[in-house]
Design a protein around this ligand. Structure first.
Ligand code: GDP
Ligand code: MN
Length: 339
């Protein structure tokens, strides 16, 4: 069972900005894309899509990160797509590459094991670097330090609807800290020991568990087993100070110490989702039903009035919310308990 602490002990390091900037009208927020130079065409599609449906009216600054320098061609093509400021950053080596303390032979065995199950990215070390970076390091990058809020954008995604509101302002006004548009279930072979590790962390540090958290989103049996539900983190609008919090940073360090980002293939989506579901009160997690979004092979298409209002280009019937392995219905049921 998850003991629920009397008050959630998470210290907030909120920056002073509680309001939108009176001059720019913006939140203290950035749009973040991690990408390789070789993903340029797909990156351009994503930027064009988010600019056209939202950012042309706001000019939130973009940050591009890569473990290698961006090429001049990359920088030039990206910068022409927006009137906003654009920055390009390199990821420090120690935030990206497989650390020396990882037993490479054990990691190799883990890659082979996952390959036998035909797991996605089974053999990929760079994918593991990426998952670990997005689990524990992106929010420490120097270019992100001035910002409290971020929107994660990946190459090759599509935004379907015109946003007549600012999701960052929505988050601020409604005291939300983590948000999603798609959810689903993780492949169990990629995370065999994640849940037992989470359980030992929470029994060591019960003070980090939020009162009225969303543990019911991730477990059907009061925390004994993980139901594999997670927010699909390729889209994420969130408070960076959540990731920088004592609860989250202690959680990541504990997970990382097992080496299982490499020995298994722990994804940043289950890591973020489990943390948000345990360390935040559930009403600080938000489903952005109005944001039409596609990341192959799934999409969230807004329904009803929201589809009309947004002039959405998606087929309203092509919507993953209540299909297959989506967990969005489960999230909504949980949220409905308190409203
Ligand atoms: P998937 O969505 O799980 O299939 O994973 P992706 O291939 O989309 O990778 C997730 C994010 O990490 C995307 O923003 C990619 O551009 C980025 N990414 C993945 N691998 C690398 C890499 O080796 N280097 C860099 N710079 N970015 C990467
Ligand atoms: Mn992706």
């Amino acid at each position: 069972d998850y003991p629920q602490s009397a008050s959630h002990a998470e210290a907030t390091h909120s920056r002073p900005e509680k309001n939108l900037d009176p001059i720019t009208g913006r939140a203290n927020a950035t749009l973040l894309m991690l990408t390789r130079n070789s993903d340029l065409d797909e990156a351009v599609k994503s930027i064009e899509s988010l600019e056209r449906t939202f950012n042309h009216a706001h000019n939130y600054p973009w940050i591009f990160l890569n473990e290698e320098p961006f090429t001049a061609t990359f920088k030039k093509r990206v910068a022409t797509l927006t009137n906003a400021s654009v920055q390009f950053g390199i990821i420090p080596r120690e935030h990206w590459f497989q650390p020396d303390w990882i037993d490479e032979e054990k990691a190799r065995q883990g890659r082979i094991r996952l390959q036998q199950f035909r797991g996605a990215y089974a053999e990929s070390v760079s994918y593991r670097n990426m998952c670990r970076f997005y689990s524990g390091f992106f929010f420490w990058h120097e270019l992100l330090q001035p910002y409290k809020w971020y929107w994660r954008v990946e190459p090759g995604v599509q935004f379907f609807c015109h946003l007549d509101f600012d999701p960052f302002a929505y988050m601020m006004e409604n005291k939300k800290r983590y948000s999603f548009t798609l959810s689903m279930k993780e492949g169990p072979r990629t995370i065999p020991s994640l849940w037992s590790t989470v359980r030992s962390f929470t029994s060591l540090h019960p003070q980090y568990l939020a009162r009225s958290n969303a543990h019911k989103f991730i477990s059907e049996d009061k925390g004994h087993n993980y139901n594999l539900c997670h927010f699909w983190s390729n889209f994420e609008i969130a408070d960076l100070d959540f990731f920088r919090s004592p609860a989250y940073t202690a959680f990541f360090s504990y997970l990382d110490g097992t080496g299982n980002f490499y020995y298994e293939r722990w994804g940043d989506a289950p890591v973020h989702s489990i943390a948000a579901s345990l360390f935040l009160p559930k009403d600080q997690i938000h489903f952005f039903g109005d944001i039409g979004y596609r990341h192959y092979p799934f999409q969230h298409c807004p329904q009803g009035d929201s589809w009309t209002r947004g002039k959405c280009e998606c087929d309203v019937e092509n919507n993953f919310d209540y299909q297959g392995d989506s967990c969005t219905g489960k999230f909504q049921a949980l949220f409905d308990e308190i409203v």
